[in-house]
Design a binder for this molecule. Structure first.
Ligand code: ZN
Ligand code: MN
Length: 485
């Protein structure tokens, strides 16, 4: 039998505010355990929360970017559960009246058409602390440690809607995650570093017979922060659920955990429902009124979104869509391109050189573009030197490597390394003579009308000159030579 798949994400994103959601403690990821804490974020009796306005601004900015309706009134609620990393015994979250509802994120659907994935709600809550179960620092394996530095860092929860344009395949799920991650980085509300747990997903998945209106029971896989593992887990779940149904069984509604080593999901607990959390409005926090002027300012100052940037790069600079997609995938790359484009006469060359040459160096060094020493001005200068044929592409590669290592500008490097191209006819002719002496056949073939040996001879001259010969010049000398004979 064939099945339809429904996938739905709840994504938690740590906001990049300077301070926590309800106190003045700094948001620090690499600090000593329990060095960024206070009575409020460790839940001491009598300590009262004060809402961080920046976190509200970031939440609404996200709501606007995800096409949500922004509620004029919003409310915080206590979500009760007991866990050692949650000192108050409840998490301050939102239940009724979240900041944003009924939005969407547009992706490319499997049929190649734009597809608007429904976003049910986005709300703001506090993160929990972190349990450390095993560490070399342990005296005894009988204890677990808890670090409250993360406790009460602002956490945005983005809940996709499984009833309104849900994701229908693993491929769509991947596109949604990539687009969401990209969008949140573009609007600068979070660094979204997966390895630091700043972007974490719970994923729901169910299957039902193709065309049926009765949906299957969902299983939820908790707390995933690697796109690859999410895809592996979804693949496993589709297989597991299909097998259960084929055998005449019923899929349990439950929460499962993905084992990264065995690539298998295992039951964790039966899924809790909202009543289990005994949500109640938090009496320590008043309702938040969002005035229209605040929203208008946020709209006005909204950074360019990925699709806008993509279209602009294509239209304004004539970049091919396939290249533009690569150049806009990461906000920092797109900003680098954006800084170079007005300074370069040949934008296609600029795009190519970022994608082929600069990416290779970044990759080899395993650093992101924002840590690269090459400035937009210097990179643009290099591209212009190539466009003006002042240096060959071969030499430009050497120059770029040096720029990448030292941060020097291209002109200084060309001078320092004596990389100025050889365009002196006399010197080039001399090298060419040596080459022809070793390869007399090539010349004969050219005279007989063959064109390939021209490239061969040019290649040989290039090699002998260590890439410094001006290719146009050699070509014209070869042609002049064979014409005259
Ligand atoms: Zn604190
Ligand atoms: Mn949550």
């Amino acid at each position: 039998m064939d099945y339809d798949v429904i996938i739905c994400f709840e994504t938690h994103v740590e906001l990049s505010t300077n301070t926590k959601l309800f106190c003045g403690c700094a948001v620090k990821y690499d600090a000593e355990p329990n060095s960024a804490i206070c009575p409020v974020c460790t839940g001491q009796p009598g300590a009262l929360p004060v809402l961080n306005k920046k976190a509200v601004e970031y939440t609404i900015r996200t709501g606007v970017a995800l096409n949500c309706e922004i509620n004029e009134q919003s409310r915080f609620a206590r979500k009760n559960y007991f866990y050692p990393d949650l000192p108050k015994g409840y998490q301050i979250s939102q239940y009724e009246l979240p900041f944003g509802e009924n939005g969407y994120l547009e992706i490319t659907g499997d049929a190649g058409q734009p597809y608007k994935i429904g976003i049910k709600r986005i709300h703001l809550e506090e993160d929990a602390g972190k349990l450390i179960h095993s560490s070399d620092a342990f005296e005894s394996a009988e204890h677990s440690l808890v670090d409250y530095n993360r406790s009460s860092i602002p956490l945005l929860e983005i809940v996709a809607d499984h009833e309104n344009n849900p994701l229908r395949s693993i491929k769509e799920a991947k596109r949604y995650l990539e687009k969401l991650h990209q969008t949140l980085k573009y609007i600068k509300i979070s660094d979204c570093m997966l390895e630091k747990g700043q972007f974490r997903c719970d994923v729901n998945i169910s299957i039902h017979p193709k065309g049926s209106h009765i949906l299957g029971n969902r299983s939820e896989i908790k707390n995933m922060s690697s796109f690859r593992f999410i895809m592996d887990a979804l693949e496993y779940e589709i297989k597991r659920q299909t097998e259960i149904i084929e055998k005449g069984g019923q899929v349990e509604q439950e929460t499962r955990l993905f084992n990264e080593q065995t690539k298998v999901t295992m039951p964790m607990r039966s899924k809790e429902n909202a009543p289990d959390y005994r949500y109640l409005p938090d009496p320590d926090l008043i309702e938040v009124d969002i005035d229209q002027e605040f929203i208008r300012q946020i709209r006005k100052n909204m950074p360019e979104l990925p699709d806008q940037k993509l279209n602009r790069i294509i239209e304004e600079f004539g970049i091919r869509k396939s290249d533009a997609l690569i150049l806009t995938k990461d906000r920092n790359v797109s900003e680098f391109f954006g800084a170079c484009a007005p300074l370069c006469s040949d934008r296609k060359k600029l795009g190519n050189w970022i994608i082929k040459e600069l990416f290779k160096l970044l990759n080899d060094a395993s650093i992101p573009i924002q840590e690269c020493k090459v400035s937009a001005e210097d990179f643009s200068r290099l591209i212009n030197l190539i466009s003006q044929k002042t240096i060959t592409e071969k030499i430009a590669q050497l120059v770029l490597e040096d720029m990448f290592d030292t941060g020097d500008n291209p002109d200084a490097i060309i001078k320092k390394k004596g990389l100025k191209p050889i365009d002196d006819t006399e010197i080039l002719s001399k090298i060419l003579d040596e080459v022809i002496e070793k390869n007399p056949e090539a010349l004969k073939q050219i005279k007989a009308g063959a064109s390939k040996p021209v490239d061969f001879l040019m290649g040989q001259v290039m090699r002998r000159s260590k890439g410094k010969a001006d290719p146009q010049k050699i070509r014209s000398i070869i042609l002049a030579m064979t014409d005259n004979c």
